[in-house]
Each structure stands twice: as C-alpha cells, then as structure tokens.
Design a protein around this ligand. Sequence first.
Ligand SMILES: [Fe+2]
Ligand SMILES: [Fe+2]
Length: 193
Amino acid sequence: MLGLKLPTDPRWVNIVEKNIEEILTDHAFCEQKATSTAISLIVSFPEYTELVQEMVALVKEEISHFKMVHDKILERGWVLGRDRRDDYVIELLKFFPKGGSRTTQLVHRLLYAALIEARSCERFRLLSEELQDKELATFYRNLMVSEANHYTMFLGFARQYGEKKEVDAKWQELLEYESKIMSNLGKKETVHG
Ligand SMILES: [Fe+2]
Ligand SMILES: [Fe+2]
C-alpha cells in the first residue's frame, strides 16, 4: 500500500490505545505542520501557479483537520498540550542534501511531503482498523482517505516539475531509506513514533 516498504507492526495500536490523549496531541500538531508546509511551499515557490492553487486548498483542508482533532481533545475533557518531538521527521530530513538547483529543492520538498502523507495515511488506516474505540476508528477512517489524496498530489507534482525518471529513482531510494528509519520505530504513542 502506498509504496511503503515496511508496514507498521499492528501492536503499535496497543501502545496508542493506552494513551489516547498523547496520540491526539501529537496528531493535532501533525495537522498544524501539514498546514505550515503548504504555506511555506507557497512562499518559497510562488511562480508554480498550479502548486500555489493546490496549496491554498490544502491549507484550508489541513487546518480543518487540525480543528477536528482539537475538537476531539476538547470533547474528551482535555486541553491541547505542547508539540511533541518527531524523531521520524528529523531522521527523514537527513536524506536530502542541502543545496542543488531550485527545481531539485522543490522536488525534494514535494517528495518529503508525499512520504509523510503516505506514512500518516498508513498509520491512520491501522488505527481505523484496530482501535477498540469505534468512534475514534471512524474518525481515522475519514482522515485516511484525505491523506491518501495528499500523497498522490505531492508525488504527482514532483513528477510534473522534476525529471520523471530521476524523480521515480529518488522516490524509490527515499522509500528504502524510510523503511530503515521505521524499523526502529512503532514503539511510541505518536503518529510517526
Ligand atoms: Fe491532514
Ligand atoms: Fe495531509
């Protein structure tokens, strides 16, 4: 599914289930970061008109996801906590070299975004299938569909703006690299932990 090389161990859901407040807090900030990424792509690459248009739509969608998660936190009588450290994202960023042409930079940012969307989608699918809390399971099913669309959109833009063969090769390398990161994760109650 989604080209990912290493599926998440379903036992990760058992860890999550013991601390719903933690996953919701981390998840809220994932949605905030998705919003910020979309804004930052507009700021960095304003001349890519089609991308800008899609990012405007994405900003609205991701901030609405943030609100949905925030509402869930409030419904359960909690208050949103501080952002959590995302080791997955820190490791992922190391894959991309600094510098390169503007197009290369854009392609890297798009592939990075595509992968985070893909992995989040995979995690949401697992939650939607395995969570005992059926209300939350349905919540994650709906979000999973959105994130799958985002994954395809980002990958599509990378192929459109970059050299397709090079982009596909880079994407495969990135998937390999990501599977190695993932082999050490799946032990924390965070979206990518
Ligand atoms: Fe989202
Ligand atoms: Fe997304």
